[in-house]
Structure formats: structure tokens, C-alpha cells
Write a protein that binds this ligand. Sequence first.
Ligand code: ATP
Length: 321
Amino acid sequence: IRTIGVLTSGGDAPGMNAAIRAVVRTGLYYGFKVMGIRKGYNGLIHGDIEEMTARSVGDIIHRGGTILQTARSPEFKTEEGLKKAVSMAKVFGIDAIVVIGGDGSYRGAKDISKLGLNVIGIPGTIDNDIGCTDYTIGYDTAMNTVQDAIDKIRDTAYSHERCSVLEVMGRHAGYIAVNVSISGGAEAVVLPEKPYDMETDILKPIIEGRNRGKKHYLVIVAEGVEGKAIQIAREITEKTGIEARATILGHIQRGGSPTVYDRVMASQMGAKAVEILRENKSNRVIVFKDNQLGDMDLYEALESKKTISEDLIQLSKMLSL
Ligand code: ATP
């Protein structure tokens, strides 16, 4: 392997720039040529590719988003698009591609690998919903952004004796939701992984809290939950008489300067991807498991499943008294 391509794909996440920077600089350090591929798999198909230098990744470590930009590429999912992508890699002399993205992007990487191009995956998504790893780039920053919003909302909820119902991201995963329910001191949390009962899981803790003297309330709803924040807020108002307001945080959770944790992890993951290529290993993904940075076979990674911690769910409930 002489030339490494790097791209970001799927939803952007704070810390992706730190990972790109690490791939480029570690790559150059070891004598590889590094090519930046813009707009995910789309850029690969259309040859939106440029050689990277140490300077082209200067002044980006603190920036959210991704300087390479990202895209969802339906064309890449077609046989023709995939073939174009692989032949474009050949045109630019790219021997291996580092893909920073979520599990959808890993599926794309698997398709590329079947056509003989070496790929390394780096987990990048705020949702933390990749089965093979305990951590994904951007997850920590997103949780801190949510926490910041909770602290602000709490001030106004207290002043008006209201109930705030906050919808947080995570697609079909409740990792952000359960953690911020603990860090933000929520009365209730609703997760996509668990069926919930309006009476026992939401109304009861609020009413019991009121009886114990609470003046304001916080309910966290993960975006993948049926019913959603607005409807849940309406029902709380109707059934308890407490004024409930829904806030949907949306894309604010995807932006912002990455936390120290995300920057350091992304840097380590980027460097690890290059080290793996140096060892001539192929089709691997970088994982963080049991507090250890490692790598794993791409195909195996796609089969891995993880579940949300029951201990965290239980703790969230216990602390809401
Ligand atoms: P996030 O979790 O942040 O949304 P993601 O990587 O899961 O990130 P997707 O939109 O699912 O985001 O995937 C990104 C791109 O990867 C798609 O636009 C497509 O080009 C490719 N891709 C996704 N799923 C597949 C698949 N099943 N087979 C081949 N390629 C895929």
C-alpha cells in the first residue's frame, strides 16, 4: 500500500476532523501519500479527490463537521455506482480507503472490499449505534451539547414550574438519551429500545415527584420513540395539569467544537487505521471495547450487536425520586 484515501460518510459528527487530521498526518509520517475524498462515496464516484498535505489539515482539530464534507449516496448502492467508485480509486492510485462513518457507511465499505479495494472503518456518528464498538466519534460532544441545553431549559422550567420534554437524537438508539437522563437529572426517560407505558413510566414519577415537593420536571425522549416529545408533552399537561413544553433539539446536537475526549479518541483511531494499513492488514474496523482501542474484521463488525445498559436505565429511575 502506497496511497491511502480518506472520506467521511453518513451523518457528520464532531471529531471527524480530528480523525481526518490523524489519518493524514500519521500517513505522511509513515511515508504514505494521502488523498482526501470529498462528500463521502459520491466524491469517490465522481473523482472529487485531492492530495492532502500536513497543511491541508491545519486549523481543523477544533472544528465540528467535516472539512471533507459528507453525503448520503444512493448512487453508490447501485452496482454501476459501486464499480465507478472502485475504478475511480484506481485512477487516483488509491490502494486503501479509510471510511469514517456509521454502520451504513460500513456496509458500503464491505461492498468496496468485495471488489478488491482495501478498506478500514473508523466509527463516526453521534448516535453511538455501531454494534462492534462501545464508543463512536462525536458521541461525547453530542451528549455535552445536550447537557448544556438541559441546564438552560432547567432554569426556565424552574421559574415557571413547568415540565420540559426534551427530544434528543440517537435515531433508533437510546444511548444519548439514557446518559443525559442521568447527567441531567430527568424524572423519566423514554428509549426506543424499551416499550413504555405513559401512566407508569412518565405520569407516575411526575405526580409522585410533585407530591414530594418537586416544582419542575424533565422528561427525556429519544427521537426514535413512537409518540414523540410533542405528543408526550400534550398528554402530561392534559393528565396532570402541569404545563409541559416540548423542545426538539435537532441538529444543534450534531455541530460544535469537539470535546477533548472526542478529539483524543478520534486522533487515536485515525492513527490506528494507518498503523493497521502499515501492517498490511485488510478490511478492518477500529473499535473501542472494554476501555481498549483495537481492531476487528469488517464483516464480523457488521454482525455485532450491542444492547443498552440495563444498569444505566435502572440508575436513571432510582435517581429520579
Ligand atoms: P449515521 O449513523 O451518522 O447516519 P451512516 O454511515 O449509518 O451514518 P448512512 O446514510 O446509512 O449513514 O450511510 C452512508 C452511505 O453509505 C450511504 O449514502 C450509502 O452510499 C452507503 N450505504 C449505506 N447503506 C448501505 C448498504 N446497505 N449497502 C451499501 N452501501 C450503503
